[in-house]
Design a protein around this ligand. Structure first.
Ligand code: KIV
Ligand code: ZN
Length: 392
């Protein structure tokens, strides 16, 4: 299913499942539908809508979204137990394109303490669940939970059986965000080399961000052969979160020279979707967050501001417009030069003859030294003050 020349990366969004399960307050069905509409417009390939067996409310929300949204593959999560698979199959019944995502742990730690099962027993349970899921759909994803801490031969064993049972996507989660990029890439390469039927499935990765490496690990996995990336908008999710999908999409788009892969993400929807997720989930975005933080396109130093005015790409590798954000922002501080002040006043509708730049700049610097950041209304007050002085 995946070949070395296959440059198309599938984006699997789990904002409504892994992202939502980490929120302090669950979302209402209406909020989930609103988010699902936005995420679908973003152009993701697969949307994980929830975990139908977990509660009647989740079942209902998954069903409502699967019934109303067209476009991406609609996916539901199910433990590798029959009742979960049935709940998932039922909730997704009306979807045009549907996927059941089932999982069981593969690491010695999880097998011994959580499941109290041997690897062979867990694998048999996975096989039975995949076969059951295939009665509902041909599109079945299987995840080896805690794959990042699973000995490679154990992982290969479980993956090979899962594919033979009918899984069409094999997901390798770094459930606790423990691996580092070289190591994670090596896991994917070894699966490709050691599992005889691996080409019958798409390899997916699902990285958590406990060490801040979710995006880096996902990129390393792509280079090693993964062709589906799982993550969430703004990277929300359990603990330190999941791989931030907007970062993956923009890295692949911006650095096509290094990574010759493409996604179907409609980049112009990124900013709007990110704002909506932050707002509905009540999860503020850190100002310096890559791509969507409020400072991601804000320039503070005078040298940078001057450079961007001369040629945007001097200090900007992505334009704010490309992610659907309003034009770039300059933070007006004591480090800003006259050039930027004049530019901002022109944007605000002032003509050169409306003020004396030298004088205005002297008052501006005094104010900026006191205030830190000068806002548009401060600047307008300075112009107004100057015009009053001229009239005296
Ligand atoms: O992090 C994880 O292992 C998961 C699985 C259910 C895919 O979220
Ligand atoms: Zn997860």
């Amino acid at each position: 299913m995946t070949t070395a020349t296959d440059d198309r990366i599938w984006i699997f969004d789990t904002t409504l499942r892994d992202g939502e399960q980490a929120l302090r307050a669950s979302l209402s069905k209406k909020q989930k539908i609103q988010l699902a509409e936005a995420i679908s417009r973003l152009g993701v390939d697969v949307m994980e809508l929830g975990f139908p067996a977990s509660s009647p409310g989740d079942f209902d929300a998954v069903q409502a979204i699967a019934n109303s949204i067209k476009g991406p593959v609609m996916c539901g999560l199910a433990r590798a137990v029959a009742s979960d698979i049935h709940a998932c199959g039922e909730a997704l019944k009306a979807a045009e394109r549907k996927r059941i995502h089932t999982f069981i742990a593969s690491s010695p730690l999880h097998l011994q303490y959580k499941l109290r099962k041997t690897l062979a027993e867990a694998t048999a349970q996975a096989v039975a669940s995949i076969q059951l899921a295939r009665n509902y759909t041909d599109d079945v994803e299987f995840s080896c939970e805690d794959a990042g801490r699973t000995p490679i031969d154990d992982l290969c064993y479980m993956v090979e059986h899962a594919i033979s049972a009918g899984a069409t996507t094999i997901n390798i989660p770094d459930t606790v965000g423990y691996t580092v990029p070289t190591e994670f890439a090596h896991i994917i390469s070894q699966l490709k080399n050691k599992v005889p039927n691996i080409d019958q499935a798409r390899i997916s990765v699902h990285c958590h961000n406990d060490l801040g490496l979710a995006v880096a690990n996902s990129l390393a996995a792509i280079a090693a052969g993964a062709r589906q990336i799982e993550g969430t908008v703004n990277g929300i999710g359990e603990r330190a979160g999941n791989c931030a999908l907007e970062e993956i999409a923009m890295i692949l788009a911006t650095r096509a020279d290094s990574f010759n892969y493409r996604t179907q993400i409609n980049a112009k929807e990124i900013y709007r979707t990110s704002q909506l997720v932050s707002h509905i989930c009540n999860m503020p975005i850190q100002p310096n967050k890559a791509i969507v933080g409020s400072n991601a396109f804000a320039h503070s130093s005078g040298i940078h501001q001057d450079g961007v005015l001369k040629a945007q790409n001097t200090y900007e590798i992505i334009t704010p417009e490309s992610i659907g954000m309003r034009a770039n922002q300059f933070n007006l501080t004591s480090r800003s030069g006259k050039h930027v002040i004049k530019h901002r006043l022109t944007e605000l509708g002032y003509r050169d003859q409306d003020y004396d730049l030298q004088q205005l700049y002297a008052s501006y610097i005094k104010l900026a030294d006191k205030k830190g950041q000068v806002f548009d209304y401060d600047l307008e007050a300075l112009v107004f003050e100057q015009s009053l002085q001229e009239q005296d």
